[in-house]
Design a protein around this ligand. Structure first.
Ligand code: HAM
Length: 454
C-alpha cells in the first residue's frame, strides 16, 4: 500500500526546489551585505523556550505546537518559529558576552505549526529571517525593516505593502490592556470561547480573533495609538518619518497586534496580493521585542527581527511570473559515450568540465545515438559531446552545437579553453578580461593594466 504524505506538509522538487534555493541564496547574500552572520539553531527545543518566549496566550503555544515527550520524559517542541530559539542559543552560548553588540544573525530552515492547512498555510514550512540583538536604537529597527524591504524588492516584489504599527513600551501596553478590558467587558459573554480566555490572559490577543462576529466587535475597540507613552509615540513617529525619507511606502494599521506575545514598540508585516488575485496573507513579518531575552533567563537586551515565509514568497513570485529564470534543470553539455569501453574516459571528460564550472550530464547506458540526443534535448543541453573509440584513442571529443548542428573535433587538452572561449570565461587571475582581444597580459605582476590605455 502506498504511504500517504502527512497532512499539511509538502514535497518540494524540480523547478520549485531550485527556486527555493535561489530565493534563499539571494536572501542570505543581502543579509550578508547588511553584515549579518549565519546561525543554525536546532529544530528541537525544550517546550519551555516557546511557552515562555512566544507566550502562553498566543495561538501558537495554545494550539499549534508540535510538542511531545521524548523517551526520557522531556517535553520537547519542533520549533514553531525561530526567534525564541535564537534567543536561547544566544543565552546558552553567551554570544552577548563574546561578540560586539548588536548581534546580527540570520537563519533559514523549516518550522512547524499545527494549523488548518489552506492556501499559503502549511504545517511544515520554511522561514528565512534575521535577529539583531543588543541595541535599542530606533535606527536598528529601521535598518531591519529596510533589510526586509530590500530583499523583497530584489526578488522583484515591487508592489509589496508594508503595514506597520507600534505596540508601545510596557507602560503603553499596560494602559492599553486596561482600556481593552473595560471595552470588551460589555461584549465578552457573547464572544467565542478563545476570546473569553484571551480576555483573562491577554486581551490584546482578542484583536487577532478570526471569528467574524468578534471582528465586528473589535472594530469599536480602543486604539493602541491613543495609549502610546510620549517616548513610544516619538520613537514610532521617527521611524515613520525615516521610512518616508527613504521612500519606503507604508500603511499604519493600528489593529496590527501580531500573534506572538513578545513584541513591544514597532511591529510590521509585508502584504502582497498577486496579480492573479491570490492573497496568501503576510509574506513576512517582524518587530521589536524588549524583554524576550530576559524572559528566557538571559540578560536584559532588546532585539528586533523579521521572518519571511519561503513558500508564500515562492507562490507570489510564481503567480506574477517573477521566478528567477535560471531554475530550469539545464546542462551546458550532454556527454554521449558510444560504448562501455569509452565510459571511463567519458567520465574523465565530464569531470574536467565539471571542475571547471560547467554543469554537464552524461548517458550511463548503451542506447542509440538518437535516444541520447532526445535525452540531451530534455536536459536543455546546448552541446552534445560525442565520444567513440577514435576519440578515446586520440584523447579528443566531438563537440556538437545543438542549435546550429555544427560539430568539430576538440582535443581533451583544449576542451576547457574551447568552452571558456564560447562562454567568455577567460578571465585572468585578477578578474580582468585581458585575453578578450588577444592583448598582452600583465596579470601576473598582480596588477591589472587593462585600463592603462584609457
Ligand atoms: P510570523 O508572522 O508568525 O512571525 O511568521 C512569519 C512569516 O512566516 C509569515 O509572514 C508567513 O509568511 C510565514 N508563515 C507563517 N505561518 C505559516 C504557515 N502556516 N504556512 C506558511 N507560511 C507561514 C514569526 O515567525 C516571527 N518569529 C517573526 C519575527 C522574527 N519577529 C521578530 N523576529
Amino acid at each position: 500500500m502506498e504511504i500517504n504524505i502527512v497532512k499539511g506538509v509538502h514535497d518540494v522538487y524540480d523547478d520549485e526546489a531550485r527556486a527555493y534555493s535561489k530565493i534563499e541564496d539571494l536572501m542570505k547574500s543581502i543579509a550578508d551585505l547588511f553584515a549579518y552572520s549565519e546561525v543554525r539553531s536546532p529544530v528541537l527545543e525544550h517546550s519551555e523556550v516557546f511557552s515562555r518566549g512566544v507566550g502562553e496566550s498566543s495561538d501558537i503555544v495554545r494550539k499549534e505546537m508540535y510538542d511531545f515527550l521524548d523517551k526520557g520524559g522531556r517535553s520537547l517542541t519542533l520549533r514553531p518559529e525561530f526567534t525564541a530559539g535564537i534567543m536561547r542559543l544566544i543565552i546558552f552560548n553567551k554570544l552577548y558576552a563574546t561578540n560586539e553588540l548588536p548581534l546580527k544573525l540570520y537563519y533559514c530552515g523549516p518550522v512547524f505549526r499545527y494549523e488548518r492547512p489552506q492556501l499559503g498555510r502549511y504545517r511544515q514550512f520554511n522561514q528565512f529571517g534575521i535577529e539583531s540583538v543588543g541595541h535599542d536604537s530606533l535606527y536598528n529597527d529601521l535598518e531591519v525593516i529596510v533589510l526586509a524591504y530590500s530583499i523583497l524588492q530584489s526578488l522583484g516584489l515591487e508592489n509589496v505593502k508594508l503595514v506597520i504599527n507600534s505596540l508601545g513600551d510596557k507602560e503603553s501596553r499596560d494602559n492599553y490592556r486596561e482600556a481593552l478590558k473595560g471595552y470588551f467587558a460589555k461584549y465578552i459573554d457573547n464572544m467565542c470561547p478563545d476570546c473569553k480566555q484571551r480576555f483573562e490572559t491577554n486581551p490584546l490577543r482578542i484583536l487577532d480573533c478570526k471569528v467574524k462576529e468578534d471582528q465586528e466587535i473589535c472594530k469599536g475597540a480602543p486604539k493602541i495609538t491613543d495609549y502610546l507613552s510620549p517616548a513610544s509615540k516619538e520613537r514610532f513617529n521617527k521611524i515613520l518619518e525615516s521610512l518616508s525619507a527613504l521612500q519606503i511606502p507604508y500603511d499604519v494599521d493600528d489593529g496590527l497586534v501580531r500573534g506572538l506575545d513578545y513584541y513591544s514598540e514597532c511591529v510590521f508585516e509585508f502584504h502582497y496580493v498577486s496579480k492573479t488575485g491570490n492573497n496568501y496573507g503576510a509574506i513576512g513579518a517582524g518587530g521589536h521585542y524588549g524583554s524576550l531575552m530576559k524572559e528566557l533567563g538571559g540578560p536584559d537586551l532588546p532585539g528586533v527581527g523579521f521572518s519571511l515565509g519561503i513558500e508564500r514568497i515562492y507562490s507570489v513570485l510564481k503567480d506574477d511570473n517573477l521566478l528567477p529564470d535560471d531554475i530550469r534543470n539545464e546542462v551546458v553539455a550532454y556527454i554521449m559515450p558510444m560504448s562501455d569501453d569509452v565510459r571511463t574516459y567519458a567520465l574523465d571528460v565530464a569531470n574536467c568540465l565539471r571542475m571547471s564550472g560547467y554543469r554537464v550530464d552524461m548517458c550511463y547506458d548503451n542506447t542509440k545515438l538518437g535516444n541520447m540526443f532526445k535525452r540531451a534535448e530534455k536536459k536543455f543541453a546546448q552541446y552534445a559531446i560525442i565520444i567513440g573509440e577514435d576519440e578515446f584513442k586520440n584523447q579528443s571529443v566531438v563537440v556538437k552545437d545543438l542549435k546550429t548542428q555544427n560539430q568539430e573535433n576538440v582535443s581533451l587538452d583544449n576542451l576547457i579553453d574551447y568552452f571558456d572561449d564560447i562562454f567568455g570565461n577567460d578571465e585572468c587571475e585578477c578578474g580582468c578580461h585581458c585575453h578578450d582581444d588577444d592583448e598582452e597580459c600583465h596579470c601576473h605582476d598582480h596588477e591589472c593594466h587593462c585600463h592603462d590605455k584609457d
